[in-house]
Write a protein that binds this ligand. Structure first.
Ligand SMILES: Nc1nc2c(c(=O)[nH]1)N[C@H]1C(S)=C(S)[C@@H](COP(=O)(O)O)O[C@H]1N2
Ligand SMILES: [Mo]
Length: 309
């Protein structure tokens, strides 16, 4: 088994293959319609009933076509290639599945996924997802606010942060044998960020249950932060009094901070954050502070966002 220190991770493993190989035609191909890419046929997914229509929709921006949303993914437990998760992730079993919510709360509990699906009215919310690598999508998610779930366990006054822990399923995830990240994949939010109404527990997209490669059966979506904050296939949520370590921060602290708010003025050491390419489009667009979700600005009042990146 290959165990390496984070400092041994070579950029080729954390840079999209199409970029370091200089496949410049790649995104163009995506824009033209994916002719050169073989997107696998979609597995039969269950339609989610009684979904409330969205009040959340970026004005004047088209949804990213389903084949890109489900065919171009970051899911490192399965592959560091973006086209592979679609065909590899199908092996992961998402039933039975439970999520335990524990730590500094009065009523810790473990909830089965099928109860979570009925747990709160499901709403469609169309959010931008901005990856730190410089691409973005507009995705019609289906889910419920994380706040609904957190309020149910009654966080204690001492709880200040929330840690999210993804599944580490050796049977289906080939990369768990490689020290690419410190598995299981973990992420974290400050409690007030976690309680913000924009923070969503997503259980579906485009009207159906989440495909495995997008984080089935339940994943986080934090639309004003870089995509990696939105942990997939969550099994455990922990309330804590200390800022939790996160998988990417442990791998490269100078590249991935705890906050990771989308910010065009704070560049990543290897990627400019000033602009982004919407998957499926040819011209780049300017990246917006907080990914355009200005309503979260009060969460960071008085904070130096260059230091707290
Ligand atoms: N468990 C887990 N969650 C993860 C990742 C991952 O590799 N493993 N990748 C992150 C990154 S870098 C991004 S950009 C988004 C991509 O979500 P999508 O494939 O649904 O677009 O998932 C995030 N959540
Ligand atoms: Mo990402």
């Amino acid at each position: 088994m290959l165990i390496r220190k984070p400092s041994d991770i070579v950029p080729s493993e954390i840079t999209p293959r199409e970029l370091y190989e200089g496949r410049r035609e790649f995104l163009q191909t995506l824009a033209i319609g994916g002719a050169a890419l073989s997107f696998p046929a979609l597995a039969q997914a269950a339609k989610l009933p009684n979904v409330v229509a969205s009040q959340y929709k970026p004005a004047g921006e088209a949804n990213t076509p389903l084949k890109y949303v489900t065919g171009y993914n970051n899911y490192y437990e399965f592959s560091v290639d973006k086209e592979e998760p679609a065909s590899v992730a199908g092996k992961m079993k998402t039933r039975p599945w439970t999520v335990s919510i524990e730590g500094l709360c009065a009523k810790p509990q473990t909830i089965a996924i099928d109860d979570l699906l009925k747990f709160a009215p499901l709403e469609e919310r169309i959010y931008r997802l901005r990856c730190v690598e410089g691409w973005s999508m507009v995705i019609p998610w289906i889910g419920f606010p994380l706040a609904t779930l957190l309020k149910r366990v009654e966080p204690l006054g001492s709880a200040k942060f929330v840690e999210f822990i993804s599944v580490a399923d050796k049977a289906s995830m080939p990369n768990l044998n490689r020290a690419i990240l410190d598995w299981p994949y973990t992420e974290g939010l400050r409690l007030d960020e976690a309680l913000h109404p924009l923070t969503l527990m997503a259980v579906g997209l485009y009207g159906e249950e989440l495909p495995n490669q997008n984080g089935a059966p339940i994943r986080l979506v934090v639309p004003w932060k870089y995509g990696f904050k939105s942990a997939k296939s969550i099994v455990r949520i922990r309330l804590t009094d200390k800022m939790p370590g996160t998988a990417w921060n442990k791998a490269a602290a100078n590249e991935y901070g705890f906050y990771s708010n989308v910010n065009p003025d704070v560049d990543h050491p290897r990627w400019s954050q000033g602009s982004e390419r919407r998957i499926g489009e040819l011209t780049k667009r300017k990246t917006l502070l907080f990914n355009g979700y200005n309503e979260v600005a009060p969460l960071y009042a008085g904070m130096d966002l260059k230091k707290n990146f």
